[in-house]
Ligand binder design. Structure first.
Ligand SMILES: *Cc1c(COP(=O)(O)O)cnc(C)c1O
Length: 409
């Protein structure tokens, strides 16, 4: 069964693998910026009070099916932290998705939606002992670690559980890198995986994350090769690892260029095949952003348009949502959302800012953004592909503003 995955996945690919390499960048046309599903358009047209996130569940479904088609044998674990809306959990559970949880609270959320504990992986490498014990008591049997102390906690509070060792990753070419904080180097992974067996745990393999909003499929290749070499070395100690967890990182549609999912899938399948040969491990994948980002749109309203002096050519546009209301990923202007307004006139450059009394609450200043010159107070501005890492990042009441309202349609 392990071999049939790679064989069937690589069948009939032939030259198409190569055809994937010199991809023309896909430049977003203005038309892309304007197309939302009829369901979303209809909801926006009813003008609920702003700001809010509206999310089309059909779009989440389609993304899941697309991913499943590209990775037919992989275990797909949705990273709940990307958007924990119960309707999303329920939908994905119905489609057969599994889930990656980061805390006991996400565990409770999944259980409350009827997800069996056996479908959950506790992927956070930083866990309190009481939370490990709680998860184990609930039936969770899959945990990640990246340090000796965490491994010891697991052996004490989740005896016999399946464990995956997180590898360090560079986060190169990712718009939202997750490097440094997570993972250990290969030498330590080698030691700790052997030790996990000695401690009575069940070592399953390694896990890595190439960085969120990863724009380069090639970034999966090196960790895959390193994992394969590690598995060979551990094999000499009769430690056979049956799984590899290739993490999240698959991108959403923001400003800029993207290669299609099929190219990511081809590159990953090919590197799995080349690294592990005829009997590769089972693949686990943990998409967050990819599944939910494009399904969502935030509708906001212009509170103020201002200049800082009579000579100032660049307008400041203040929206009723900012960094603290859900757009935290504009930190360092990492994630560059596409915007839509309902005016068609000539455009001019803007600095975009949020509504709070904090000078950090500026969304885009270095990045050049243009909006219609006749944009006025009270106009609606739509922020596209905002279904991931928005509602879950919104503050509970900074400056008194409530958390971001979410409507799943
Ligand atoms: C956040 C996270 C993910 C999801 O990452 P995306 O880039 O949103 O796909 C997957 N796995 C782990 C362990 C994570 O922490």
């Amino acid at each position: 069964m392990q071999t049939s995955y790679v064989n069937s996945a690589l069948e009939n690919e032939g030259d198409s693998v190569l055809a994937c390499v010199p991809l023309q960048p896909h430049v977003l046309s203005p038309a892309d910026n304007r197309s939302l599903s009829p369901k979303l358009e209809q909801f926006l047209a009813s003008r609920p009070e702003t700001p809010f996130l509206a999310l089309d569940l059909d779009s989440v479904r389609n993304k899941f099916l697309e991913l499943q088609k590209e990775f037919p044998q992989a275990a797909i674990h949705y990273a709940v932290k990307a958007n924990p809306a119960p309707a999303i959990i329920q939908l994905l559970a119905t489609l057969g998705s599994r889930f990656d949880i980061a805390s006991r609270y996400e565990l409770d959320l999944c259980l409350s939606q009827g997800v069996p504990a056996a479908w959950l992986s506790y992927g956070n490498t930083v866990k309190k002992s009481v939370d490990i014990a709680y998860a184990f008591g609930c039936g969770v049997r899959l945990f990640a670690f990246d340090s000796e102390a965490e491994l010891e906690k697991l052996s004490r509070h989740a005896p016999g559980a399946g464990v995956q060792c997180r590898l360090l990753s560079q986060g190169k070419n990712a718009d939202w890198p997750l490097s440094r904080k997570f993972g250990c180097d290969l030498g330590m992974a080698y030691e700790l995986l052997l030790k996990s067996r000695d401690l009575g745990l069940s070592p399953l393999g390694v896990t890595f994350h190439v960085g969120s909003q990863q724009t380069d499929p090639q970034q999966w290749v090196e960790p895959m090769q390193q994992a394969a070499e590690l598995y060979r070395q551990l094999g000499r100690h009769d430690l056979e690892l049956g799984w590899i967890n290739i993490g999240g990182g698959l991108p959403a549609t923001y400003q800029g260029t993207l290669v299609p999912l099929s190219c990511y899938a081809q590159t990953i399948r090919q590197s799995l095949h080349q690294s592990f040969g005829a009997s590769p491990p089972y693949v686990m994948i943990e998409p967050g952003r990819f599944l939910v980002a494009d399904a969502g749109v935030i509708q906001s309203e212009v509170i103020l348009v201002a200049h800082k002096s009579r000579e100032d050519v660049r307008r400041w546009v203040y929206l009723d949502i900012g960094k603290f209301g859900g757009l935290a990923e504009t930190m360092d202007e990492c994630i560059k959302y596409r915007l839509r307004t309902h005016r068609d006139g000539p455009m001019g450059s803007v600095i975009l800012a949020g509504p709070t009394c904090d000078s950090a609450d500026v969304l885009y200043e270095k990045t050049s953004y243009e909006l219609p010159l006749d944009l006025a107070i009270g106009d609606r501005v739509e922020i596209l592909s905002t279904g991931a890492y928005t509602s879950s990042y919104a503050s509970v009441g900074f400056n008194g503003f409530p958390p971001l309202a979410t409507f799943c349609l």
